[in-house]
Ligand binder design. Structure first.
Ligand code: LLP
Length: 391
């Protein structure tokens, strides 16, 4: 991703900022599109992963739909030219205002998560004299074997309708004249690298479909969510995730009826590798066991390590590209930010070249759930962005 002349340019820009490699984003989009098109699968990009407008414009141009989880995400999708007929709106707590605005915009589908939500959507649609298309988000009770904070498809999680509630859900829908049930929706979690949970999801979806078939309820759309993981440890090794194997699993194990369309909501796998958080070393501080590198970026720019103990590869770009002799001596450092919280630490005892004040540091694989989760805590400025085509 980096070379000497790029590092020289990046060094002149005020840090911290997110750097986006748009070439890599375009290559990733081309790969996911080519593999999905083989089976006529539909992709709705999950805006929650990164709603940066420059990225949204590129993703929209590829012809993807949008997966939104708030009224403002629906607005951002519309503003950046996503077709309303390609927008799905999910989320366990949609407000009346968000539902009404989405009905007015005529979005493709609401992914519904409770009986009460269906009642409210029906009432709001009726007052607008509209019919709301909905998909039932069903909790498949499949363990995604990922971090417990990003597992969503277990009965103990707050998400989705449980299988044993389906009878009463269908009774409600029968009495809701402004609801059009068009699909089933599932999502088991995020950062899933082993494909086995996706195979289990397919098996579970087939069983659930059977329940609807035996009751003569026709389902036109199957939405199997997102969740494909990326390689945080070696970001340059498989910079473009293995979309081929991922879609093959669904093509092979999902019982897709002739009249059915299959939808995916991918976020992380599309944008994670193209983003890098660039920061500078403010100070090197002596510690008892290891020395500290204090950066000018912290949990306000990238909260994932503090929130999920997540790993991001750290590189000293100055030592690696501009000061070769230093690259030979490696030392363990605790790499921390400037925020007044002990959890504001990106890595403990991390092996890096001897580092100095002013060195440029990269936190890799931060295109997903990075900038979009940035905070203004400590009255920090919201994280900025620089694009590969603009420097
Ligand atoms: N669809 C639904 C219903 C979801 O809940 C999510 C993510 C996605 C799609 C997109 O999943 P992806 O393809 O990006 O894995 N902030 C956490 C991740 C939270 C994921 C929430 N749901 C992180 O930084 O790891």
């Amino acid at each position: 991703m980096f070379n000497k002349s790029l590092i020289e340019k990046l060094q002149t820009i005020e840090t911290p900022f997110y750097y986006y490699d748009l070439e890599l984003l375009k290559n990733t989009i081309a790969a996911v599109k080519a593999e999905a098109d083989k089976y006529n699968f539909h992709i709705h990009y999950a805006l929650k992963a990164n709603a940066n407008e420059q990225l949204l414009k590129i993703i929209c141009k590829a012809g993807f739909g949008a997966d939104c989880v708030s009224g403002n995400e629906v607005k951002a999708a519309l503003k950046n030219n996503f077709n309303p007929s390609s927008i799905v709106f999910a989320g366990v707590g949609k407000t009346d205002k968000e539902i009404t605005e989405s009905l007015v915009s005529d979005i493709f589908c609401f992914n519904c998560e409770s009986i009460e939500e269906i009642k409210v959507i029906n009432d709001l649609a009726s007052s607008l004299n509209k019919k709301a298309r909905i998909a039932l988000r069903i909790n498949p009770n499949v363990n995604a074997n990922t971090h417990h904070y990003i597992t969503t498809g277990l009965e103990e999680n707050k998400f989705g309708i449980n299988f044993w509630e389906l009878e009463s859900v269908m009774d409600e829908i029968k009495n809701s004249s402004n609801i059009d049930l068009i699909g089933l929706h599932f999502h088991i979690g995020s950062q899933i690298c082993d494909l086995e949970p996706f195979r289990l999801l397919c098996t579970r979806v087939n069983e659930i479909q059977h329940w609807f078939e035996t009751r003569n309820i026709s389902i036109a759309h199957l939405n199997v969510g997102g969740g494909l993981g990326v390689n945080y440890h070696e970001p340059d090794k498989n910079a473009v995730p293995d979309f081929k194997s991922y879609f093959e699993v669904f093509n092979k194990f999902l019982d897709i009826k002739k009249h059915q369309q299959v939808h995916f909501e991918l976020g992380r796998s599309i944008v994670a590798q193209c983003g890098v958080l660039i920061s500078k070393v403010l100070f090197i501080k002596k510690g008892k066991k290891t020395n500290f590198i204090i950066l000018d970026a912290g949990m306000t720019e990238l909260i994932r390590p503090a929130l999920y103990q997540s790993y991001h590869k750290i590189e000293n770009l100055t030592a690696e590209f501009l000061s070769f002799e230093r690259d030979k001596v490696e030392t363990n450092y605790d790499v921390a930010g400037p925020i007044c919280e002990s959890s504001d630490c990106f890595a403990k005892s991390y092996l890096l070249p001897e580092s100095k004040r002013g060195d440029l540091i990269a936190l890799r694989t931060t295109g997903a759930y990075g900038q979009v989760m940035s905070l203004e805590y400590n009255l920090r400025e919201r994280a900025k962005a620089i694009y590969s085509d603009g420097i």
